[in-house]
Design a protein around this ligand. Structure first.
Ligand code: FES
Length: 155
């Protein structure tokens, strides 16, 4: 049986875009203040990126002092990951807010607080982004749990 494309504990992360597309993301690739990185889960057994809408993630690194208690347990050395599917109409959430701790959907301007478990700070979205727990083990960025809520807009 094929596994679900949704991220699972033990997966790594792979770039969606760029010259390293579908290759593993290392912790040092994710820098504070840089545009967020779009990613897919990377299945370790098959070495394959799990490419699907439900598995698309947005990854960014926060300043340690910005992390709130709601996000902190899911962060790995400041790196946080969320479902990238906007909960308004489902565009990918791709842009760093000037605060450097929030994520912006460019379709209609919803803002999600990466430091506060994806909470909505500006609409039209009304539901937070689901967060994916991460951990760094032996220098490797790894998925530590499952997305902690629904993906995309309410149906
Ligand atoms: Fe993201 Fe509308 S789809 S704000």
């Amino acid at each position: 049986a094929e596994r679900s494309p949704k991220p699972e504990p033990g997966d790594r992360l792979a770039f969606m875009l760029g010259e390293r597309a579908q290759q593993e993301i290392k912790p040092a690739d994710i820098e504070i203040g840089k545009e967020p990185t779009l990613a897919y889960p990377l299945d370790v057994a098959s070495g394959k990126a799990l490419i699907s809408r439900v598995s698309l993630l947005v990854v960014t690194r926060l300043k340690p002092e910005d992390l709130l208690p709601s996000s902190k347990p899911n962060a790995a050395d400041g790196i946080v990951a969320f479902s990238a599917i906007c909960t308004h109409y489902g565009c990918p959430v791709t842009t760093l807010h000037p605060s450097q701790s929030q994520l912006v959907c460019n379709c209609h301007g919803s803002v999600f607080n990466a430091a506060d478990r994806g909470a909505v700070t500006a609409g039209p979205a009304t539901r937070r982004l689901s967060m994916l727990p991460l951990v760094i083990r032996d220098g490797v960025l790894e998925v530590a749990g499952r997305l902690d809520g629904p993906i995309g807009p309410p149906t």
